[in-house]
Every structure is written in structure tokens, then in C-alpha cells.
Write a protein that binds this ligand. Structure first.
Ligand code: PMV
Length: 324
């Protein structure tokens, strides 16, 4: 026990990890061990901020996200592991907020768990390098294993941790236009949806096999900063991921009409020679990878379909950091 810690609080900030090739499905034998390899970019400008302090003696964890108390059991596996490593049994008071919609398929769990893992680890006096935080953040939410790093990351199938592929300044012209088709929380969590896909989709095994086959080409396209080649692979990855979900019993359908409109618009833009390559996650939002020079055009075109929305524009961002 470190008595001086009890009045301390630590704040950490992290950006969401957007998968270019997707993690969908878990292997047996551990917590959030991915069945498929993923590569991702950490986004700048979109932020989860977590402030962590010790709870009053004798009380358990209290977690408040965007002003709402969260079920403590969602956080327990990661927080218990942190406590175990530090041999410190104290509870935490955690206040977390996002400057973008929560639980709506914008990977807020990746940035949220990355920020909480970092702040709690520092409060406990544990090491806080990104590679040390990655396996801890993973216990909270798989994609958080990537979000602790800035820039571009790789998370191999079955791996306890993600690792950095390229630093934040590797591809300065890359932009991600985030279209928030619907800001409401998603109908089914990624955790439940992954499990339902694994259990009941006849296409699940094909998805896992094929995702592995995309990896090498994806790593190469990214290393060459070849948006067209990467875009083709990104589309295969997310379309096949959703294919496996649609075949689940009950079918899992995160898309909304607006999602499809954004997809069709990207197709049309590509037909006109514009590099606009979309991807989607466990929610209706559409993220469009493009180059800085095409952002204005993409935003203008989106206005026709989404007149009342202002899409976010993000660039590759830094890894988890402390603000105190
Ligand atoms: O880490 P989770 O449980 O939020 O799952 C992330 C799943 C996807 O966003 C759909 C894909 C990914 O690799 O981030």
C-alpha cells in the first residue's frame, strides 16, 4: 500500500483504433484472443479521457462513462488483473468521457479501455509503456490492445498484445472521414455479436481462414502507402466480416439505410478516380479513408446524402498519453 496514492488521481487520453483489416471472433483459451489478425490506425482528434483515483476504503469500483454509471463487471477482468499485478486490492473511481458518440461503432471501447488501463496502471505504480499496457487493455476490449499505440498497428491472430507497425507520421496525407450515420448506441455489443457469429454462422470458419490470407498483402499495401491496394483489401475484410454476421442465427445487422448510401457514394467517387475507401465496424457508422487533397470533395458529396451532418475528419493520431 502506498498511502500517498490515495489522494492522487491520474488522467490518460487515447484515440480509437480503426481496423483496416478486421478482428472479428475470439479464440478459446484466453480473454479476447483474436481469431483473425488485424491491422489498424489510431485516430487523432477523437478522444477518450479517463480519470482514475482509488475508491474510498472498503468500497468497490465505480465507473462513470459520459455521466452514466457503468456495470462494474464489464471492467472487472481488466481491473482485477491490474490489481493482481500490483498486489493492491483497492477499488477505483473511474470517470471517463468521449468527445465522440459512445458505443455506436466508433471504437469508443478501444480508446476507453486503453485510457483506463493506462491511468489505473500508473496510479498503481505499474509500468506504462504502450507494449506493457497492450495485453492489459486487451482484457477490457480486444481492440484496445491496438489503441495504446499511435500510428499503425498489427495484432496477430491469437496474440496477447498488438505491436506498432508504423509511427504516427508515417502517412501524413491519410485522412479518415467519419460519417456518423446514427449516433444511438448499437443494438448488440461487439462481444455478443462476435460470439453469436462464431456459434451460429455457417460462414464463420471461412471468414477466419480468409482473414488470415488478406494479412500479408495488407501489410505490404500499408508499407507502400498504396491507398488503392489497401482499399481493395479493406473492403474485402469488412464486407466478409459482415457476411459472416448476416449469416448468423439470428442475423446481425448493424447497417442502416444511411450506411448503404455512404457506401454507394464511395463506389461512385472511385468510379470518378477519387480514392475514397470505406470501412465499417460494429455499428452503422461509415469511415472513409482518403487523401488530404480529396477531403473537401468527399465532404461536399456527402452533404447531398447527409445535409444535417458534419462528418469528423481525423488523421493518424498518437498513442495513449497522460495529461497530468
Ligand atoms: O474490441 P471490440 O470488442 O470493440 O471489437 C472490435 C471489433 C471491430 O471494431 C468490428 C473490428 C476491429 O478490429 O476493431
Amino acid at each position: 500500500m502506498k498511502p500517498e496514492s490515495s489522494t492522487r488521481e491520474i488522467t490518460a487520453v487515447a484515440g480509437p483504433s480503426l481496423a483496416l483489416l478486421k478482428y472479428w471472433g475470439k479464440q478459446d483459451g484466453g480473454v479476447n484472443l483474436p481469431a483473425t489478425p488485424s491491422i489498424a490506425v489510431t485516430l487523432g482528434g477523437l478522444e477518450s479521457r479517463a480519470r482514475v483515483a482509488f475508491a474510498p476504503e472498503g468500497t468497490g469500483d465505480l465507473i462513470v462513462l459520459d455521466g452514466r454509471e457503468q456495470p462494474a463487471h464489464h471492467f472487472a477482468p481488466m481491473l482485477n488483473e491490474l490489481r493482481h499485478l500490483a498486489r493492491d486490492e483497492r477499488g477505483f473511481v473511474i470517470e471517463s468521457s468521449n468527445n465522440f458518440p459512445t458505443a455506436a461503432g466508433l471504437a469508443s471501447s478501444s480508446s476507453g479501455f486503453a485510457a483506463v488501463a493506462a491511468a489505473a496502471a500508473r496510479l498503481l505504480g505499474l509500468p506504462t509503456k504502450a507494449e506493457q499496457l497492450s495485453p492489459l487493455a486487451r482484457i477490457g476490449s480486444g481492440s484496445a490492445a491496438r489503441a495504446v499505440f499511435g500510428g499503425f498497428t498489427l495484432w496477430p491472430a491469437g496474440a496477447l498484445s498488438a505491436s506498432p507497425l508504423h509511427p504516427v507520421d508515417f502517412w501524413p496525407e491519410l485522412r479518415v472521414v467519419v460519417v456518423t450515420v446514427s449516433a444511438g448506441a448499437k443494438s448488440i455489443s461487439s462481444r455478443a455479436a462476435m460470439e453469436a457469429t462464431r456459434r451460429s454462422s455457417p460462414y464463420y470458419e471461412a471468414w477466419v481462414r480468409d482473414a488470415g490470407a488478406l494479412l500479408e498483402d495488407g501489410i505490404e499495401a500499408l508499407a507502400n502507402r498504396d491507398l488503392e491496394k489497401l482499399g481493395v483489401l479493406m473492403r474485402r475484410s469488412y464486407m466478409r466480416m459482415f457476411g459472416s454476421m448476416l449469416a448468423a442465427d439470428e442475423p446481425i445487422l448493424y447497417w442502416r439505410a444511411g450506411s448503404l448510401n455512404a457506401l454507394l457514394l464511395c463506389e461512385e467517387l472511385r468510379g470518378r478516380g477519387v480514392q475514397a475507401w470505406e470501412t465499417m465496424d460494429a455499428g452503422p457508422q461509415v469511415k472513409i479513408l482518403t487523401e488530404e487533397s480529396s477531403v473537401e470533395l468527399v465532404l461536399d458529396e456527402l452533404k447531398a446524402y447527409f445535409p444535417d451532418k458534419t462528418p469528423l475528419v481525423a488523421a493518424p493520431g498518437p498513442g495513449v498519453r497522460f495529461v497530468d
